[in-house]
Write a protein that binds this ligand. Structure first.
Ligand SMILES: [Fe+2]
Length: 367
């Protein structure tokens, strides 16, 4: 008996940003007995193949779409095999050892709520809240009336450019999930201090963030490349909190990691659709945008090598890995992503240097 109900799969796939409607349609065709008679995902993928082919769906898409929603820690399937589409890399699932010279003074989920926190821990936890903001609008209720999200104007422009119904459905699902993230952070901040969402919102209006300057050219394609890289960056940031010493953040992180996987998959699928329908000029354009613009900025977004904040957050168990370690893990995953699209990841050191220089120049210009 396959451990996941066929109808539940469809109900979860349709509202996801990386929905592939051909897979959903194939689910309608497969007899319940055939589905239920499979013991493993491999066996199921084999049994599904004729139904997938009838709808133009791909077997590998079926496998990762199942793994993304139903592999551990989210469901009964074993660990995901299509790693860049689904799952959490091992380095984020164990509490990081202090092999980087930083002594950890708090373990995973050690503090459950805002009461009785040591003073220095409280200070660095609040710094973390402000650093990540979970920007957009951490406001709801009366306070949020007439306050727009900083993404809603962009989102509206992008969704209108969707090349087809699938693109529009994906983007609408994506915007919906981002709002849910804002809600989850609003709840977390409010529980810590009812005034905190308001204070963070004020801070977000004033602070300069180099990564917010990673502009797209306003087209659907550029936004797809951006999602493939930027939402993966969000995934990597949230991976760091899965073992957070602040239990409420660890709980939220697991949900966000899952969603952000879907957001970068959406970018991936939109880029893949473009590449498959374009010629070599289109492919060269995507490679150029990566090389010259998006890749260096995303390398820089992990921060400097000797960040004092990163060191203190690791000490408090609020982050697990150094900026450099995280940046390299991201680059390793991006190499697999781009390989699978027949694109090439830029050289690590060169892209990082160019990105950090560009971010420093932007900061100087903004000062
Ligand atoms: Fe996202």
């Amino acid at each position: 008996m396959f451990p996941i109900d066929r109808r539940a799969v469809q109900n979860i796939w349709y509202p996801a940003p990386d929905v592939i409607p051909a897979l959903c349609a194939a689910l309608d065709d497969v007899p319940a007995d055939t589905w239920n008679g499979c013991a493993t995902l491999e066996e199921l993928a084999e049994a599904m193949t004729p139904y997938l082919e009838a709808h133009g769906g791909r077997r590998e898409d079926f496998v990762w779409s199942m793994e993304r929603h139903f592999s551990e820690p989210y469901g009964p399937l074993p660990k995901a095999t299509r790693t860049f589409f689904a799952g959490i890399p091992d380095m984020f699932l164990a509490h990081a050892a202090d092999d980087d010279g930083v002594e950890r003074i708090a373990g995973p989920r050690q503090y459950d709520g805002s009461a009785d926190l040591p003073d220095d821990y409280r200070e660095w936890l609040e710094k973390l809240f402000y650093a990540h903001g979970e920007c957009m609008v951490p406001l709801f209720g009366e306070e949020a009336k007439d306050v727009g999200s900083m993404y809603e104007i962009i989102d509206e422009k992008i969704i209108r450019q969707a090349p087809n119904a699938t693109g529009r459905l994906r983007f609408s699902n994506f915007a919906n999930e981002e709002l849910r993230h804002t809600f989850l952070f609003y709840e977390l901040y409010s529980a810590y201090d009812p005034q905190l969402p308001h204070k963070i919102h004020q801070h977000e209006l004033e602070v300069f963030r180099a990564y917010m300057e990673v502009k797209t050219d306003g087209t659907w394609l550029d936004y797809a490349i951006f999602n493939m890289l930027a939402d993966r960056l969000g995934t990597y940031q949230a991976f760091e909190w899965v073992q957070s010493s602040y239990a409420p953040l660890a709980g939220v992180a697991l949900k966000i990691v899952k969603d952000e996987r879907g957001h970068c998959n959406m970018g991936y699928l939109n880029v893949r659709d473009f590449l498959e329908s374009s010629d070599e000029t289109g492919r060269a354009h995507v490679q150029k945008r990566l090389d010259e613009h998006f890749y260096p900025f995303h390398m820089a977004a992990f921060g400097g090598e000797n960040s004092r904040n990163s060191e203190m957050w690791r000490r408090m168990g609020l982050k697990q890995h150094s900026n450099e370690k995280l940046r390299y893990a991201y680059h390793t995953e991006m190499q697999q992503v781009l390989d699978s699209l027949d694109l090439t990841a830029p050289d690590y050191d060169d892209a990082k240097t160019r990105g950090l220089e560009a971010a420093a120049a932007l900061k100087k210009a903004a000062a």
